[in-house]
Every structure is written in structure tokens, then in C-alpha cells.
Design a protein around this ligand. Structure first.
Ligand code: HEC
Length: 113
């Protein structure tokens, strides 16, 4: 019984965590001009070293952006001068919204269920 309650609580918190705002994410990437490198459709990036983002898994995008924020963390930091400066100005909810927006765009990176 106790375990059921904990399980339900866990499910509820996961549900809340994914309540991202796609429209807000769209505005954020436009304001910050992420398309300048990642391409207007976030798939046709301007150079091969600039990753495609459209249709990528939402949680992958979220953790990628978070890892640029904690760049020196030995376990999950990602050090990149360009993306470090892009990601550091974003709050956690902003990153969730951006990830939700980019994941919603058409792209063949993942198989949609
Ligand atoms: C000046 C060019 C530039 C701009 C502007 C830029 N990016 Fe990037 N982005 C890059 C490069 C280069 C990489 C690859 C970095 C690396 O090797 O880790 C990257 C990587 C990423 C990744 C990781 C993708 C993956 O597959 O691991 C995400 C997510 C991302 N960018 C999102 C954004 C968002 C959101 C913005 C706007 C807030 C943005 N980028 C603005 C150049 C840019």
C-alpha cells in the first residue's frame, strides 16, 4: 500500500516535470537566434559540426543543454565555448520549453511512437 502511494507520487511528479510549453520554447529559440547555426528548420544546420535538433528526443535535448551549463562536471558536463554561453543564460523551465519545441519539429532523428 505504502509502495503504491510512493509509486503514484512518482508518476505524478514525472507528469508535472514534462508539462513544458512548446509555444514559449518557440519564442525563446527565436529571441536567441538559435537558428543562426542550427538552421531555420533546426535540421539543415549551417555546418556539419552544428548538430541537427529537429525531432530529437525531448529528454536528450534537455540533458544536452543542462550539461553545457555544468560544463566542468566530470560526470555529465559538456564543455563547448559556443553552446556554453548559449545555455548559461537559460533557466531550467526555459530549457524544458525549448526541448519540447525542438522535439515537436519534424525530423527523422527518432522513431515517433
Ligand atoms: C554560434 C552557433 C550556435 C548557436 C547560436 C547555437 N548553437 Fe547549439 N550548437 C552549436 C554547436 C557548434 C554545437 C555542438 C557543440 C558540441 O560539440 O558539443 C551545438 C550543440 C547544441 C545541442 C546539442 C545537440 C546534440 O545533438 O547533442 C543543443 C541541444 C543545442 N546546440 C541547442 C541550441 C539552442 C537551444 C540554441 C539557442 C539558445 C543554440 N543551440 C544556439 C552551435 C550553436
Amino acid at each position: 500500500m505504502k509502495f503504491t502511494a510512493i509509486y503514484l507520487l512518482l508518476l505524478a511528479s514525472i507528469g508535472l516535470a514534462s508539462a513544458a510549453d512548446i509555444e514559449s520554447g518557440k519564442k525563446l529559440v527565436a529571441e536567441r537566434n538559435c537558428a543562426a547555426c542550427h538552421g531555420a528548420d533546426y535540421f539543415t544546420s549551417i555546418a556539419p559540426t552544428y548538430p541537427r535538433l529537429a525531432g530529437q528526443h525531448e529528454d536528450y535535448l534537455y540533458y544536452a543543454l543542462r550539461s553545457y551549463q555544468v560544463e566542468t562536471n566530470a560526470n555529465y558536463g559538456r564543455k563547448n565555448a559556443v553552446m556554453g554561453s548559449q545555455a548559461k543564460g537559460l533557466t531550467d523551465p526555459q530549457i524544458r520549453n525549448i526541448a519540447a519545441y525542438l522535439a515537436s519539429l519534424p525530423g527523422p532523428l527518432v522513431v515517433k511512437k
